[in-house]
Design a protein around this ligand. Sequence first.
Ligand code: AMP
Length: 399
Amino acid sequence: MAIRTVDQLELKGKRVFIRVDFNVPQDEKNNITDETRILLSLPTIRFVSEAGGKVILASHLGRPKSKKDPKFSLAPVAERLSQLLKERVALATDCIGEDVQKQIGEMREGDLLLLENLRFHPEEEKNEEAFSKALGSLCDVYINDAFGAAHRAHASTEGMTRFVPVVAAGFLMMKEIGSLEKALVNPQKPYVAILGGAKVSDKIGVIQNLLDKVTTLLVGGGMAYTFLKAEGFQIGKSLVEEEQIGFSLQLLEKAKGKIKFLLPSDHIAAERMDVQAKRKVVKNDNIPSEWVCLDIGPETVKTFSGEIKSARTIFWNGPMGVFEMEPFSQGTFAIAKAIASTSAFSIVGGGDSVAAVNKAGVADKISHLSTGGGASLEFIEGKKLPGIEALRKNRGGLG
Ligand code: AMP
């Protein structure tokens, strides 16, 4: 069933619940350090408010352990959102309950209310029915614009849709789905996927699915060392998942004759993971036994960049090295720049890769920066995302 979008609905005078992703990074003083997610949610919020809907915004933030931990309050987001919209955004004391019902009852058309952190209630992540029902009772229309949380079946992304007559996707959600579908259904070839980051185990599903889709798979970052060890190389103290070695070997075998599966051929190795530590460029067959490989080397950058250059579709998730530390960030930035210099349809997903693209100053050269790392991986893996599937269950009329 096709997904209905926010612009197809009658919104005037309706209580419109918008599930947004305001899970923004903050420093120790609760200053927002990256407001990308807030900025990307503005089109849907503005649209609903201008259409005369009563805008009820809801999000999770971090992983609060106890109820109402002020450290995880959405107050800084309400403040920043007010500034960006040049409209007052009230902050509710909670996300369900009598107080909230009362506040919503007093809203006028176009008003904005941000509910307090959904995760102050453990029932949110448990997708508990009574909690879902309580959320559903707050609104007449449900919009999901939180792609980054769509791979989770939580009360606000899945459960509550059963208790709201009209459900639809927001503009950001539709943009994410549309872009990722391009890389999943009949992507233009050559299709180059680049995977990095710490763990093979997080990316097993996506690698398996990509083996049938891509022309070339480039693997870098910490996860490359499990593959290199599987191929028989001595990887020193580099990151490894011993229990994944057998499986990595199977993947390499499966890829043979089917796609080009490339691993790094050289590395930036260091005596230890420290910016001060001694470091040097090493090839696969001379990694010192006591050293750790923390970035791809210059030869690998050249090979990977060459593959990227001829691509017409690109998917990238995960850094090529410990890019948080300057001496080990060059590989990741070089890949970001290589992708940016192509005219391919390019998707970059995952917080680290998106941060690298931003830091390299090439964000505007990427076709689609996905706000959801985990969600975009599961989408490319071919999985059905509960937060998206819930939007297909449209009931009732057009509001
Ligand atoms: P992930 O969350 O799986 O995408 O992993 C991201 C993390 O992987 C980043 O924090 C990187 O510092 C880390 N990483 C990337 N390459 C390496 C490496 N060669 N050794 C250790 N950690 C790495």
